[in-house]
Design a protein around this ligand. Structure first.
Ligand SMILES: Nc1ncnc2c1ncn2[C@@H]1O[C@H](COP(=O)(O)OP(=O)(O)OP(=O)(O)O)[C@@H](O)[C@H]1O
Ligand SMILES: [Mg+2]
Length: 251
């Protein structure tokens, strides 16, 4: 079975879910893995959003470029699923035939996200470590506790593997003794782990993702962050703070 990796957020949008999901897919494809990218952020399209802001737009642009340029890049296959429907069965099906299933979401607590949480091996919550991004995460923590209560009532008690992923931060940022760390200890630690990977602000990422490329495709040296993220997803790199989730505990 492939691993199911979900990108989500609290009530605040624009935290970097799609750009991070796209770059993770590019990194995995570069390493030769088969990747299914599932986009449940279908609302953006209806609002006439253009360019590559959704992960599936990025994927379509990348596959077009690969076809045009004839480069030896491995394609990522994308699937668009409605945020209003349960998607856990489709994710499980895709995990049978792909090494990784990466799910991008609009973030808020919609039906697709609730069902994806149940089958996810890992849920990443990208966040900028500023106060404005702390508070909106409480809606996601509420969802985690709701889902865990339901699991417990159905006799399948387990912890959901949600991880805060610091992104768009200065390269020398450390969590110790910061306002973030205090907030994390008091509010987030019961619900989420803290990733040991930090994704800095990367101008090339911003530019390349808009064109349909990932950092691995353009061979930028800062792609190393995504190599570390893959190691953490695979369990070969530890978390900075683990809320107490056992490896491979997802159903
Ligand atoms: N590490 C990074 N360095 C620089 N820019 C970044 C980084 N990550 C994301 N961005 C940029 O931040 C902006 C918002 O990112 P993105 O669209 O991925 O957020 P999102 O959480 O998917 O938003 P939404 O909630 O609207 O779906 C984009 O312009 C993206 O290119
Ligand atoms: Mg997005």
């Amino acid at each position: 079975m492939g691993r199911i990796v979900v990108f989500a957020s609290g009530s605040k949008g624009g935290v970097g879910k799609s750009a991070t999901a796209a770059n993770l897919c590019g990194a995995l494809a570069f390493k030769g893995y088969s990747v299914a990218l599932v986009d449940t952020d279908t609302g953006l399209r209806d609002q006439g959003n253009n360019g590559t802001r959704t992960a599936s737009n990025w994927c379509a642009a990348r596959n077009y470029l690969i076809e045009q340029e004839g480069q030896p890049y491995v394609e990522v296959t994308s699937y668009m699923l409605s945020p209003e429907e349960k998607i856990h069965s489709q994710l499980m099906e895709l995990a049978k035939t792909n090494d990784y299933v990466v799910v991008d979401t609009p973030g808020s607590a919609h039906t697709a996200l609730r069902s994806a949480i149940l089958v996810a091996d890992v849920i990443y919550l990208p966040m900028n470590c500023s106060r404005a991004e702390f508070m909106p995460l409480s809606s996601f923590f509420g969802l985690i506790s709701e889902v865990e209560e339901l699991l417990e009532m159905s006799g399948n008690a387990r912890s959901i593997d949600a991880r805060l992923l610091p992104i768009r931060i200065p390269a020398n940022w450390r969590p110790d003794n910061t306002e973030f760390y205090q907030w994390f200890s008091e509010n987030a630690a019961p619900y989420a782990s803290l990733s040991s990977v930090k994704i800095p602000f990367i101008k090339v990422l911003c530019d390349s993702v808009g064109q349909g490329w990932s950092l691995h495709d353009v061979k930028d040296k800062k792609r190393a962050s995504f190599d570390l993220l893959i190691d953490e997803i695979n369990g070969t790199r530890g978390l900075m703070i683990n809320r107490g989730v056992e490896e491979g505990s997802a159903v």
